[in-house]
Design a protein around this ligand. Structure first.
Ligand code: NOJ
Length: 763
């Protein structure tokens, strides 16, 4: 479990309440019910509802219950079992107005069963698989009494130095928006009033993924057009899909912290987008307005936040301490507090908590005897989703799939790494329940097993990094070093490799390296692991790299050294089995990158859909006076949308149904995709559009649709994409969302770089 910062528990609020019953008759009408309840609430009770506290193991439970019973807490996060949360709900039921608590948690990629990290889920381009992971997470979380998740995280990330790249769905607006909708629907199910559904709080509103230099918590400075065009749509998609909550970002936007940003929270979110749900601050963010330098003290910070429309304050006590006197002095109005309270009560209403405060807590006699029971996990689903999330980056000479009869040596610090397998933000996942690569391969091989193992290297030999990563965790060190010297470990691995037919090396990052507050200046595999790879290469044996990492890494050299590379990200509870399925060909990989792999950190930001420029570099032509870096090849190592299979696919006969489109018309873009290899497999056919000339410069291409298709060996299918005016719209300089007549290029490919093109005119 991650370290939590607790900013104080006790608050002294005067209680001058009027006792009255809520009228049961009003419960069918949300607005009437909430208004009626609010009429009966004292100021202290109202402010209490705005307080969201983190429950740490060290916190005095009795004191918390007293505060709840006194109406001073609206909800908690980080308390995640029914026996933990029931007494708190009991306390709420002892409070004067019996307003139920809600219980929240960061259920990001699974709850008890850990699914692949979000970046991996996005690599599947498989909306059913992604939805399944969210649905199971919701069911498991609800069964543990949770009402809300702080997810999905839909921050577009184009700078892999940012550690939270792992937690998002990649660089592309369209793909992330599609996934945002799927995840919200998966968490919330058919309706929020369901014992198996939880409320989604989309985050981090807004633009957190664009922190300058990829450095966490840094500023965001961005043109309105870029914001509207590229970064805001995924939040909007989540909200349009019905997300009940929004978590506000820690960063500033063009000089104003999101937490104090009236334009963002009121004009955009509520007025323009019509959001009616609950806005929650991020951890301690109201207090941090002082650090941002927009508030000189806590009083001003609380004022700015409530005025901006931050309804709930996560783990700081400023609303409790400051709002009463701000109201008294007339610096804020009763309506500021009331609209915040209305949001909190409205969310509780939507979650069915007024009808049944124990909806997700259930009865004590039904509590699971063992919270961690194997029977509570969804292993089969996790394994299937995980294998769909892996991307085959290289497969020279068909090194993969491996023969089960081969003599295999497995090396690398991530081969037996149950914690890392879960990835960061692993909710209530238990390392002891995750299948390591060693376990997975051993099981897959069964009796035929000829698998030897040598660690070969630690995660890093940089002690400072190890200390940093271990500071992130308070249960146990995350990164445990093998005390042997680097050379001794390499020698052992090389010796084992010399006896083997093929080497599988599990290398990359520990999970903490791709986490909140884990920005990096360098995206290489740590140097001691690279030394290992070099030594393994020198044996001349076929070398398969199994990458585990939470962001694109710079793997130029390893890409040369390895015969095959499988990007597995952090693949969750069933990771080891899923990777083994792919390595041995029991599953044919079908993932595609949701984010470009830069060749070097110096190329960042590297994203496929950049805006057109006056002096573009043309591959194959001299670079002088074109936009490029003269000291390296231009373009990414692996482009967005890229991924191989054990079979081969070809595209042919691309055609448009018309060369013109009028505003109410449609064009059918068609292509034939054929499996030309010897195995059945899936691929993703991707549709990109380019607006060639506009009133503003436009991206060189933009993903607008895709289809994941299964084809048996030799099979072919005709894929159709529908193109309408709506697909051609963009936010112009006046932020008007409209399509402009002119030429459009339609590109279809199996990745963003290798496409075939046709054009049409929008009339
Ligand atoms: C801080 C993180 O930024 C946010 O994503 C998370 O939901 C909260 N902490 C609560 O854990």
């Amino acid at each position: 479990m991650k370290k939590l910062c607790l900013l104080g528990l006790t608050i002294g609020l005067a209680s001058h309440s009027v006792l009255a019953d809520t009228k049961p008759a009003a419960i069918e009408n949300k607005d009437a019910f909430v208004s009626n309840l609010m009429k009966q609430m004292t100021l202290d009770e109202k402010i209490g509802q705005l307080r969201l506290i983190s429950i740490g193991p060290e916190m005095p439970r009795e004191l918390i219950r007293q505060e709840i019973a006194a109406g001073k807490i609206g909800g908690t996060f980080n308390s995640i079992t029914r026996p933990e949360n029931r007494p708190m709900q009991d306390a709420a039921m002892r409070s004067r107005l019996k307003i139920p608590m809600f219980f929240a948690y960061d259920v990001i990629h699974g709850h008890r069963t850990i699914f692949p990290i979000p970046l991996a889920l996005a690599s599947s381009w498989d909306m059913d698989a992604i939805g399944l992971s969210g649905r199971i997470a919701a069911k498991e979380a609800a069964a543990d009494s949770l009402d809300i998740t702080f997810a999905p995280m839909v921050d577009i990330s184009r700078d892999a130095r940012w550690g939270r790249t792992s937690e998002g769905f990649g660089e592309d607006t369209y793909l992330v928006s599609r996934i945002a909708q799927v995840m919200v629907k998966a968490y919330q199910g058919t309706g929020l009033i369901g014992a198996e559904n939880i409320m989604a709080s989309v985050k981090h509103f807004a633009l957190y993924g664009a922190v300058e230099g990829g450095r966490d918590y840094n500023i965001v400075d961005m043109s309105p057009a870029k914001m509207y065009q590229d970064y805001l749509p995924p939040y909007r998609a989540a909200i349009d899909a019905g997300a009940g909550g929004v978590m506000v970002a820690l960063n500033s936007i063009n000089g104003v912290p999101a937490t104090a940003n009236t334009w963002l929270m009121k004009d955009l979110l509520r007025k323009e987008w019509g959001f009616k749900g609950l806005a929650v601050s991020d951890h301690g963010a109201i207090f941090e307005l002082i650090n941002h330098g927009v508030a000189h003290d806590g009083r001003e910070a609380a004022k700015l936040a409530i005025k901006a429309g931050i309804a709930m304050s996560m783990n700081d006590k400023l609303y409790a301490t400051e709002l009463p006197s701000l109201l008294k002095s007339g610096e804020i109005q009763q309506s500021d507090i009331d609209s915040a309270v209305r949001e909190v009560l409205g969310a509780k209403y939507d979650m069915g908590l007024f009808k049944d405060p124990y909806l997700r807590i259930g009865k004590a006699e039904d509590d699971p005897a063992d919270t961690y029971a194997e029977s509570r996990l969804h292993r089969a689903e996790a394994r299937d989703v995980a294998r769909r999330s892996m991307v085959l980056l290289k497969n020279h000479n068909e090194t993969l799939p491996l023969k089960k009869t081969a003599k295999i040596v497995l090396v690398g610090p991530l081969a037996k790494a149950p914690i890392d397998m879960m990835g960061s933000w692993a909710a209530a996942g238990r390392p002891a329940q995750s299948v390591t690569l060693f376990d997975g391969m051993t099981r897959a091989l069964g009796d035929q097993a000829s698998l030897t193992y040598a660690r070969g290297a630690n995660i890093t030999s940089d002690k400072k990094v190890v200390d940093y990563l271990n500071f992130l965790n308070f249960d146990a060190p995350e990164v445990v070093d093998d005390p042997r010297s680097a050379q001794v470990m390499i020698d052992e691995a090389v010796k084992a490799a010399q006896q083997a037919d093929v080497i599988v090396a599990a290398v990359g990052e520990s999970r903490g390296m791709s986490h909140e507050s884990s920005s990096r200046t360098d995206l290489n595999i740590p140097s001691n692991q690279r030394d290992l790879i070099k030594a393994l290469k020198a044996t001349g044996k076929p070398l398969v790299l199994v990458l585990m990492n939470g962001r694109p890494l710079t793997i130029l050299e390893e890409n040369e050294q390895a015969d095959a590379i499988l990007e597995t990200w952090f693949s969750g509870t069933e990771g080891g089995n899923a990777i083994a399925d792919v390595l041995f060909g029991d599953y044919n990989p079908s993932g595609k990158l949701p984010i470009s792999f830069p060749r070097s950190v110096g190329q960042i930001p590297t994203y496929y859909n950049h805006l057109t420029i006056g002096r573009p570099f043309t591959p194959g032509k001299p670079g002088n006076y074109t936009s490029q870096y003269f000291d390296d090849t231009t373009g990414p190592l692996y482009p967005f949308g890229y991924g191989l299979s054990y079979t081969r696919f070809s595209l042919a006969d691309m055609a448009l149904s018309s060369t013109t489109l009028n505003k109410t018309g449609k064009i059918d873009a068609r292509v034939t995709v054929k499996n030309t290899g010897k195995r059945d497999g899936e691929t993703v056919v991707q549709l990109y559009l380019q607006d060639v000339t506009g009133s503003m410069i436009r991206p060189i291409k933009e993903l607008k649709n895709f289809q994941k298709v299964m084809l048996t060996a030799g099979e072919q299918k005709v894929i159709h994409f529908n193109i309408e005016e709506n697909d051609l719209k963009f936010y112009n300089n006046q932020l008007k969302y409209a399509a402009e007549p002119g030429t459009f290029n339609v590109q279809i490919g199996l990745d963003s770089a290798d496409v075939t093109q046709q054009s049409f005119e929008l009339l």
